[in-house]
Design a protein around this ligand. Structure first.
Ligand SMILES: *Cc1c(COP(=O)(O)O)cnc(C)c1O
Length: 361
């Protein structure tokens, strides 16, 4: 069987180093906000090219904390892509702000800059961009719009660790960025984890305090903060895995390139790549108007596939108030996308099996 993502196999590559990191952690007797977190924060900031990195409990919290630190008036509006994982949108709602859904570009699945300006008004405070499936969004156009209207730009980089856009990495293309280190992400911990990267000194300081109950000095609280810390063990494991991230991305690119060059089936729309280094292939997503048929067929051929995502945010029960809205591009994407197996441990032989199956369908 060709697994969609073999996490066990990915992590077993680093068994010796991870066990060593665990031993060191265990013997240190220090569990939270210590040297392993500090070291990982420095390494990840350096990797992204930003001045600051602040480790937090997960990717959703990273986005929540950025918006919390900006402290926009309740009811202010934040522009978000209509086709994203729900966390992007939840981070806005949870701050009592209003998410404004914008349709994506049907080719890249990322925010369409041409559709942003019509949504901007006096209440708009920020644009939250998602580098969906691992490909950097059109940041040049988006940053230009933001500058014109004096808006903050926030990246949701949960799927795009290491992607390079015009010489800079995801996480360093806006005012502040949120990352997730959920096990299945390109840089994954062995549990939950997340981080914020930014070049803004003041914002970084505030988020550092906000993640720890809004308290800089123990038992003295400056802000109404939250408890969202990246623990020492996950930080130590992430340091091991960060060293191998670029190698892992290389393998993802090798598989993606093989798929792009060899899948030849008129029923299948392949992903479009703006620039090789701007895509880190968190997911390899094809589109077809016969998704159920193709997925069932691939399952019979022992090829695991997944759908990212089956229900659009505005069609979710959690956002009942939006259920009547029509967003045709977003709805088409949710009806047609299918994610093929891709991972740092997948081999070209396995990719060949997937390609042959699809081409025979
Ligand atoms: C995974 C993900 C998140 C949330 O990350 P968690 O660590 O699971 O909270 C946010 N945005 C996007 C686009 C994601 O894929």
């Amino acid at each position: 069987m060709i697994k969609f993502l073999d996490l066990k196999k990915i992590n077993e590559q680093y068994e010796t180093d991870i066990n060593e990191a665990f031993d060191k952690f265990f013997k240190s007797g220090w569990y939270m906000l210590g040297n392993s977190l500090k070291a990982f924060e420095q390494e990840f900031a350096q990797y992204c090219g930003t001045k600051h990195c602040i480790g937090v409990a997960n990717g959703l919290d990273a986005l929540i904390l950025i918006l919390k630190a900006y402290d926009f008036e309740p009811g202010s509006e934040v522009i978000v892509p209509a086709n994203t994982y729900i966390a992007t949108i939840l981070s806005v709602s949870q701050n009592n702000l209003k998410p404004i859904l914008v349709e994506p570009d049907i080719n890249t699945y990322n925010l369409d800059p041409a559709k942003i300006e019509e949504k901007i008004n006096d209440k708009t405070k920020a644009i939250m961009v998602v580098h969906l499936y691992g490909q950097a969004a059109n940041m040049q156009a988006i940053n230009e719009i933001a500058k014109k209207y004096n808006l903050k730009v926030i990246e949701d980089s949960a799927q795009s660790h290491g992607a390079i856009y015009e010489g800079k990495r995801a996480g360093n293309l806006s005012d502040a960025s949120g990352f997730s280190f959920y096990p299945g992400k390109n840089l994954g911990a062995l549990g939950d984890g997340g981080a914020i990267t930014t070049n803004d000194d003041e914002l970084a300081e505030k988020i550092r305090v906000l993640r720890n109950y809004g308290s800089e000095i123990k038992y003295k609280n400056q802000y109404k903060g939250i408890n969202s810390r990246l623990d020492e063990l996950q930080a130590a494991i992430l340091s091991v895995k960060l060293k191998n991230l670029d190698n892992e991305t290389d393998n993802r690119r090798k598989i993606a390139e093989y798929y792009l060059n060899n899948i030849k089936n008129p029923k299948v729309v392949l992903p479009s790549v703006t620039e090789a280094e701007s895509h880190v292939w968190h997911l390899f997503v094809i589109r077809t108007d016969d998704r159920q048929g193709l997925q069932n067929y691939l399952t019979k051929k022992d090829v695991q596939t997944m759908i990212h995502y089956p229900i659009a945010p505005h069609k979710q029960e959690a956002y009942k108030e939006w259920n009547h809205i029509s967003l045709p591009i977003t709805e088409q994407i949710h009806a047609e996308v299918l994610s093929l197996p891709i991972s740092p441990v997948m081999t070209l032989d396995e990719a060949e099996v997937v390609v042959e199956a699809i081409n025979k369908y």
